[in-house]
Design a protein around this ligand. Structure first.
Ligand code: PEP
Ligand code: MG
Length: 549
C-alpha cells in the first residue's frame, strides 16, 4: 500500500481500478510549402472545422454540466479568433514558407509558455487551454480526427494533465475519479470535475506502473492510496457508503425549489469568503450568494487589493453564478479582522471601534476603489451591494452620495454598469430599532445575527468564556428580527438573514412564520435547510410578535 497527498478539487470518495491515460504524441513535421496564401486558407478551413467541433462539445457539455461548465468551449472558440494567435500563425507560414501544422504547433507552444509564466494563477491555467486549442487545430490539419478515450469499465483515471475537451468526452458513467500530476485548482478541467461532481485530485506524482491496480481517491482530504490494505479498503468502503447517502440527499434536493408545502418561497443563498468557496456553492445548489465577505480579499493581501484585482474576483464570482444573485458586502475590516497594512490603532473595545463602514466613510479612497470594482463587475452578472455595521440613516445617505459619485464617474468614461440592488446589514440594535426609517433608503435588509447578538446582549462574540451567555435565541434577538422583517415588508423591500442563526434548523420554521424572504447560510447547510422548508406546512404567516410557541 502506498499513500500520497494531493490537492482536492472535488469532494467525494472513489474506490476502483486505476487507468493510466496516455496522451497521443503527435509528431509535427516541418514542411516547406510553395504557396503561403493557399496554406493560410487551409489553416482558415481547419479553424472553421475546429469551431464546429467545439460547438458540438459545447452543446454536449451544456447538457452534462450546465452553462458555467460548458463555457470553456466558447472560450476555446474565442481563442480560435484571437488576433495575436492568428497573426503569429500567418507570420510563420509567410516568412518561413512552412506548413500550417508546424506554424500552429510553434504558436501554441509559445503562447502556452507565455501564459504558464504569468504570475496570476488564472492565466497560468489558461496555458492548458491554448495547448488544447492548438492540438485540436493540428488534429484537423493532419486529418487525425478527435482523440476519444474509450472507458468500458469503471475506472479512476490517472493522467499527467487533462484538457477540458478530453475530460468532457470521457464516458461519465464509467468515470469514478480523476487524479492528475499537473493542473491547478483553477483549471477548467478542475471546474468541469467539480461541476460533474466527480472526485478529483491534482498534484500527485502518478506512475504509469499503477495502471490496473486498485486505488482510493479521498476528495475530502486530498489523500490518494494505491493498492490499499484490506483494512483500509474496508474503512473506505464504509466512508463511501456514508458519502453516497449524503450525495443521495443532495441529488434529491438539487434543482428543487425552496418552498413550503403551503407555497411560501424562500431565497436560499450561500455565504462565501472567497472564490474557491464557489465550488461548494454550486455543489449544494444555492440559489445565489447572500453574503460574500469581501474583507477576506483584503486579509489575504499584503497590501490594499487594487481595483483591478478586486474587479477580476467580483467578476469571476458574478460570471460563475451565471445570473443568480451575488450579494457582495463591502469591506468589514476591524475588530477581529485585522490587516497590518491598514495600520489600525489598538483600541480598548475594537468591536465597538473603528471598523467596517466607519473606515469606509472616513477613508473614502479605500471605499471608492472597492465600489468602482463592484460597479464595473456588475455588468457581468447579478451583483448586489450590501453595507455592514450601519447604525443611522445619515450613514446610509452618505454611502449613497459616495456610491452615486462613483457610478457617475464610471458612466462618464463609458463603463457599463449593471442593475445593482443596494442593501444594508442589520447587525446593530440601533439599525434594527430604526429599520422603519432605514427601509425607505435601501433595496433590502440582511440581518447579521452574529453581531446583532453581540451588540444586543452586550457579549463579546470573540470571548469564549462568554459562550454560555451568547444566546442568539434570546427573546430580544427574535423580537428584533421580527421587527426588521415587518418594517422591510411595510416599505415593500425584502429582508433576509445572513448570520449563523439563519442556518439554525431549530429556528427555520420560526423564520418562515416571521415571513423571512431569504436565508443565507454556509454552502453545506443549504440542502438540509431546503429539506426542512420543503417539509414545512405552515398555514399562516405570523405577522407580529414573539416567536416562541
Ligand atoms: C453577522 O454579523 O451576523 C455577519 C453575517 O457578519 P460577520 O459574521 O462577518 O460579522
Ligand atoms: Mg457582522
Amino acid at each position: 500500500m502506498k499513500e500520497y497527498a494531493g490537492k482536492e478539487i472535488f469532494n467525494g470518495i472513489a474506490i476502483g481500478k486505476l487507468k493510466f491515460y496516455a496522451k497521443e504524441q503527435k509528431q509535427i513535421i516541418r514542411k516547406k510549402i510553395e504557396d503561403s496564401h493557399q496554406e493560410y486558407a487551409r489553416y482558415e478551413a481547419a479553424k472553421a472545422e475546429a469551431a464546429s467541433q467545439l460547438e458540438v462539445l459545447h452543446q454536449k457539455a451544456l447538457k452534462q454540466v450546465g452553462e458555467a461548465g460548458a463555457e470553456i468551449f466558447q472560450v476555446h472558440s474565442m481563442m480560435l479568433e484571437d488576433e495575436d494567435y492568428n497573426d503569429s500563425v500567418k507570420n510563420i507560414i509567410d516568412t518561413q514558407q512552412v506548413n500550417a501544422e508546424y506554424a500552429v504547433a510553434v504558436t501554441g507552444d509559445n503562447f502556452s509558455q507565455i501564459f504558464a509564466s504569468m504570475d496570476n494563477e488564472y492565466f497560468q491555467a489558461r496555458s492548458a487551454d491554448v495547448k488544447d486549442v492548438s492540438e485540436r487545430l493540428i488534429s484537423v490539419l493532419t486529418g487525425n480526427g478527435e482523440k476519444k478515450e474509450s472507458i468500458d469499465e469503471p475506472v479512476i483515471i490517472l493522467a499527467d494533465d487533462l484538457a477540458p475537451s478530453e475530460t468532457v468526452q470521457m464516458d461519465k458513467s464509467n468515470l469514478l475519479a480523476f487524479v492528475t500530476r499537473q493542473g491547478s485548482v483553477n483549471s477548467h478541467t478542475a471546474i468541469l470535475a467539480r461541476t460533474m461532481g466527480i472526485p478529483a485530485l491534482v498534484g500527485i506524482q502518478i506512475e504509469e506502473a499503477w495502471d490496473g491496480e486498485i486505488g482510493i481517491v479521498d476528495g475530502y482530504t486530498g489523500k490518494f492510496i494505491v493498492s490499499p490494505s484490506e483494512d483500509v479498503l474496508a474503512e473506505y468502503r464504509a466512508k463511501k457508503t456514508k458519502d453516497d447517502e449524503y450525495k443521495e440527499l443532495l441529488t434529491t434536493l438539487r434543482g428543487k425549489e425552496t418552498i413550503t408545502k403551503t407555497g411560501q418561497k424562500v431565497n436560499l443563498y450561500a455565504n462565501i469568503g472567497n472564490v474557491s468557496d464557489l465550488v461548494t456553492v454550486l455543489k449544494n445548489d444555492a440559489a445565489g450568494i447572500g453574503l460574500f465577505r469581501s474583507e477576506f480579499l483584503y486579509l489575504d493581501s499584503e497590501d490594499f487589493p487594487t481595483e483591478e484585482e478586486q474587479f477580476k474576483i467580483y467578476r469571476q464570482v458574478a460570471e460563475t453564478m451565471a445570473g443568480k444573485k451575488v450579494i457582495i458586502r463591502t469591506l468589514d475590516i476591524g475588530a477581529d479582522k485585522q490587516a497590518d497594512y491598514f495600520q489600525l490603532e489598538k483600541e480598548a473595545n475594537p468591536a465597538l471601534g473603528y471598523r467596517a463602514i466607519r473606515i469606509c466613510l472616513t477613508q473614502t479612497d479605500i471605499f471608492k476603489t472597492q465600489l468602482r470594482a463592484l460597479y464595473r463587475a456588475s455588468a457581468y452578472g447579478n451583483i448586489a451591494i450590501m453595507y455592514p455595521m450601519i447604525t443611522s440613516v445619515e450613514e446610509v445617505r452618505k454611502i449613497k452620495e459616495i456610491s452615486k459619485a462613483v457610478r457617475e464617474e464610471l458612466q462618464e468614461i463609458g463603463v457599463p454598469i449593471g442593475k445593482v440592488e443596494e442593501g444594508i446589514m442589520i447587525e446593530t440594535p440601533a439599525a434594527a430599532i430604526i429599520s422603519d426609517l432605514l427601509a425607505k433608503e435601501v433595496d433590502f435588509f440582511s440581518i447579521g445575527t452574529n453581531d446583532l447578538t453581540q451588540y444586543t446582549l452586550a457579549i463579546d462574540r470573540q470571548n469564549s468564556k462568554l459562550d454560555v451567555f451568547y444566546n442568539p435565541h434570546h427573546e430580544a434577538i427574535l423580537r428584533l428580527i421580527q421587527l426588521v422583517i415587518d418594517n422591510a415588508h411595510k416599505a415593500g423591500i425584502w429582508a433576509g438573514i445572513c448570520g449563523e442563526l439563519g442556518a439554525d434548523t431549530t429556528l427555520t420554521e420560526t423564520f418562515l412564520k416571521m415571513g423571512v424572504d431569504e436565508l443565507s447560510v454556509s454552502p453545506a447547510c443549504v440542502l438540509p435547510i431546503r429539506k426542512i422548508i420543503r417539509e414545512a406546512s405552515l398555514t399562516k404567516k405570523r405577522k407580529k410578535g414573539i416567536i416562541k410557541e
